[in-house]
Design a protein around this ligand. Sequence first.
Ligand SMILES: [Zn+2]
Length: 380
Amino acid sequence: MSEIKVGRPTVMRNVNKNIILKIIRKKSISKIELSRISGLKPPTVSNIINELLLEDTIEYCGKGDINKNGGPKPDLYKLNNKKHFFVGIDISRKKINGIIVDIEENIIARDFTDIKIDESVSVTKKIVNLINMLLNKSGLQLEKIFSVTISVAALVNVNESKIIESDIPELNGFDIKQLKESLASVEVYLDNDINLLLMGYNFENALCIGIRSGIGLGIITNGTIIRGEKGVSGNLNHYYANGDKLCKCGNIGCFETVLGEEALIELLSDYLKNDNVTIQDFYDTLLRNDTELISRVEKSLYQLAVFIGRMIQIFNPTHILIGGEIFYYCERLFDYIVSSSSEFYNHRAFDKDNFIKIQFQDETIANCAARYAVNEYFKL
Ligand SMILES: [Zn+2]
């Protein structure tokens, strides 16, 4: 009991400080308004403001409007956007994208590196080099970085910060400990790309479907990401998709055999009667608006649309994020998913205007990873 009593004032102070910070995050504000919104007494607000000013977390930013009661104009405070910075890194099959944002989520620097550029250099080293490039561009020192969030197209055990499985060969043996040591112990988070997308958007109830190196589903419900016992929840690669081909897992008809990269190459190969086609040929043909190929892809996407419709009915999300190169090269396929899935949910459960198309090629995920880190900062 005595331990609880001793701890309580500090805990309360931190809780109150956090309440104030969350309000200041939204807008520049005066002490009186902070007191009114937070319900904290004016002297408590004053003490917290002094503390936050002293540690440079917030700054004075001028006078507010004239007080309604005729008093002096109040001092306004805002977050100091030069105190803490956040790095988001996204590792995909081709590139490592990096971004630095400030506490107001403004992008300060962006850069990328080719993941295959030098096979003798480990992914850890490539990430460190990329962060150094970002620091150079932004003119910041490493000490200013509050945390680094790494997004990977892989199944991740978040508790142990370990990659369980990935189709990206460079990620095998990736060790976050080594990375932390290279970054002078800056806090490093590791998570799956789809989950970081959902958390970066800060939705309370949403689903995300991504066709990347694999096919993934992310679920956030009441603000919590669903991961499952072993962290493999949402792996759709081996979810039955009504296909008829043998999958490498031993089962027949998994999503991977219908929408995985090899399946898409085979689809084009069958269509063109040509065994020498690549995934880029597939995307180029889509881009040319080849209607026959598009209708073949739609057949493959149908089971995904059915699946999305059913998930909407079960989880009742506000938004659904959908990303994948096939939608980037062919807008019509995204529209197809939106309209086909709508036959499988009740329209009270979801508004179809709330499908959001996500870009995977650019810095979107790196940006979400950095935004996730900012959100975490305000949860401290
Ligand atoms: Zn399988």
